[in-house]
Design a protein. Structure first.
Length: 321
């Protein structure tokens, strides 16, 4: 039944958008009512069958995309945002665009690594349904800390991704950071943990945000009780500017010698760079230093960000058209 409705939605969309038929004409051809055609067209838009683009000759987004693309050799999507929106509203708009961008990239038989955090939580709420077969959503890093298991927070994000793409979900039931590096080494030898690590090693897509200590809209790892004062001081002493999946890096993209990474449960930056498609979603100019570090580390193949952050990146790097 669902397949038949999808087919009807596709037919209606093709006739309306490609053949310029009126809804009345489509209703006659499909032998249905005008209101049903309207619902089919709405369904086609919501499911991603139809994606509407508006080309504004005054829009600076394409110019910014071109400059960033040439500098970093990645696919870029700049989301136009009014300057009157606050950080939370900006994040929601970027998350909506990210969800629409991610959908067409997800295919059957894919292993998709997903990090948890404020950005990915927002993205997960805007995902549109797409049928895939034998796909897996695997959690990139543990979510527990001294105050909470983190299971509910992380599992909600993973569940939404799994539901959107009809994929099996594999959670990673370990803390975000172990107290001791030796504990991590021991756990990584456990077969139950190795099973998740092996899935991560086979990822075809990784989706993540960039954490930043000083973001106006705080990254969950910094606001959720994962790091104590000693940890934060250690990060400051190591000149850390941000993290991806709780693995930290400096402005130049380096991560060597950052002690907290030895206790982190996220994939190493070297491992992440091996993933064929790496989708980075960033919202808010206060994350600019973390973003620059992530780009210097070559962690992304695809970047989705708001216009103000894109402009700040271009200004920082001195890029020109």
């Amino acid at each position: 039944m669902a397949l038949s409705r999808d087919q009807d939605a596709l037919r209606a969309a093709q006739m309306y958008y490609l053949q310029d038929l009126t809804m009345d004409a489509i209703a006659r051809e499909l032998r249905t009512s005008r209101s049903t055609v309207s619902r089919l067209l709405s369904s086609a838009r919501e499911s991603g069958l139809v994606q509407i683009q508006i080309r504004n000759p005054l829009d600076t987004g394409p110019e910014l995309e071109g400059m960033i693309r040439r500098r970093y050799n990645l696919d870029v999507h700049v989301v136009p945002i009014l300057g009157t929106l606050n950080e939370a509203e900006t994040l929601d708009r970027v998350a909506m665009q990210a969800a629409r961008t991610i959908g067409p990239l997800v295919d059957s038989n894919a292993i998709i690594g997903v990090a948890w955090g404020s950005t990915l939580s927002a993205v997960s709420r805007h995902l549109t349904r797409k049928i895939t077969h034998d796909s897996v959503i695997v959690q990139l890093n543990g979510a527990g800390n001294m105050h909470t298991t983190g299971i509910t927070y992380a599992s909600d994000i993973m569940r939404r991704f799994g539901s959107a793409y009809g994929a099996r979900v594999e959670q990673f039931p370990v803390p975000a950071f172990f107290d001791h590096a030796a504990t991590k080494t021991a756990m990584w030898n456990e077969r139950s943990v190795q099973r998740v690590l092996e899935l991560q090693a086979k990822m075809s897509i990784a989706i993540f945000g960039v954490g930043s200590v000083h973001a106006d809209y705080p990254s969950h790892v910094y606001a959720g009780g994962y790091l104590d004062e000693e940890d934060l001081n250690a990060l400051a002493n190591s000149d850390v500017v941000g993290d991806v999946a709780t693995v930290f890096f400096r402005d130049d993209g380096s991560s060597d010698g950052i002690v907290l990474n030895e206790r982190s449960t996220g994939p190493s930056l070297a491992q992440l760079r091996q993933v064929r498609r790496r989708i980075c979603v960033v919202s808010g100019v206060s994350k600019i230093n973390g973003l620059r570090g992530a780009l210097a580390a070559r962690l992304a193949t695809d970047l989705i960000l708001d216009e103000a952050t894109a402009r700040r990146l271009v200004d920082y790097e001195g890029l020109t058209s």
